[in-house]
Structure formats: structure tokens, C-alpha cells
Ligand binder design. Structure first.
Ligand SMILES: [Zn+2]
Length: 163
């Protein structure tokens, strides 16, 4: 059982911010989870502020049916508060997958709790997006007030949370 958040791309300051924000979100949103792997890439994204993909494939990427391996992408041109708030948003999606609230079901629909939500539903009406936007607003100031921005960068330039 282990928790790993590894961040690459962006500058050292941005790596610290997103790594510690993601770590704070784990404690806030999924405090009982003991095993999760999150890779974060800071890069230039034009069409969105960020993405969350659930890339759990092998048995070791799951605990029961709960997926535990994820990749987040965060736009490195965002301002400080946008970067924190986007990281919180993407971590809400991690929580939704890990709690089996959001599931990739087929090319036509997503599973959301006990329902199927067709892919035609507009982005802003998707219930997982509504929750992510609500929580990113709710948690932004709390994160800025509470998160401890202390991270180590290894010789390969990856930021890791201090254990
Ligand atoms: Zn989203």
C-alpha cells in the first residue's frame, strides 16, 4: 500500500504548488485511501485548464473495483489561484473514480452513481462536472489557507510529496 504523487513539467514553483495541492486534496477528499498513484503533467493546454484520466488497467491499479492509478494534466500557463483551483477540480474527478461514483461504461454513456448519463449531455450539465466546479470553489480558500507548500524535487526534476 502506498501513496505516490509525481509531477513533471512546468517550473519548480508550479511543481510545488500542484503537488502539494493534490496531496492536500487527498487528505480532504479521500482521507482513508492508503493506495493511490497520481502522475501530474504540467504542460501547455489550449482547449481546457486541465484533464483527469483514469488509467488503471492491471489488477495492482485497483483495490477491489476501485481504480487507483490516474494521470492529471494541468495547463502551465494558469495563474496561481487558477492552478490551485484546477488541481482541486481534477482531484475531485480522481475522488469520483476512486469511490466508483464516476465510471467509464461505454462510448455512449458514463456511469454516475446509480445512473447512466449519455455522452450527449452538455459538459456544464454533467453531474460530475457540477460537483467538481462546486467543490473547487468551496475548497480553494481552505486549500490556500491550510496546504503546506513543501516539496522535494529529485535529480530527474520530479516533485514528490515529503512523507
Ligand atoms: Zn471536470
Amino acid at each position: 500500500m502506498s501513496i505516490s504523487i509525481a509531477t513533471k513539467g512546468g517550473n519548480k514553483f508550479q511543481k510545488h504548488i500542484v503537488t502539494q495541492t493534490a496531496n492536500w486534496c487527498l487528505g480532504q477528499l479521500m482521507p482513508r485511501i492508503k493506495k493511490i498513484y497520481i502522475d501530474i503533467h504540467l504542460r501547455n493546454i489550449k482547449e481546457a485548464d486541465g484533464y483527469c484520466s483514469c488509467d488503471s488497467v492491471d489488477d495492482e491499479d485497483f483495490v477491489g473495483r476501485s481504480p487507483r492509478s490516474f494521470t492529471l494534466e494541468i495547463d502551465k500557463s494558469l495563474s496561481l489561484t487558477e492552478m490551485v483551483s484546477t488541481t482541486i477540480h481534477e482531484m475531485v474527478h480522481v475522488k469520483q473514480y476512486a469511490f466508483c461514483e464516476l465510471r467509464d461504461v461505454s462510448a455512449k454513456a458514463n456511469g454516475w452513481k446509480s445512473q447512466l448519463v449519455p455522452c450527449e449531455v452538455k459538459y456544464e450539465d454533467q453531474p460530475w462536472e457540477k460537483e467538481a466546479y462546486r467543490l473547487q470553489e468551496k475548497l480553494l480558500m481552505k486549500c490556500l489557507a491550510e496546504a503546506v507548500f513543501q516539496t522535494e524535487v529529485d535529480k530527474n526534476g520530479f516533485a514528490h510529496t515529503r512523507v
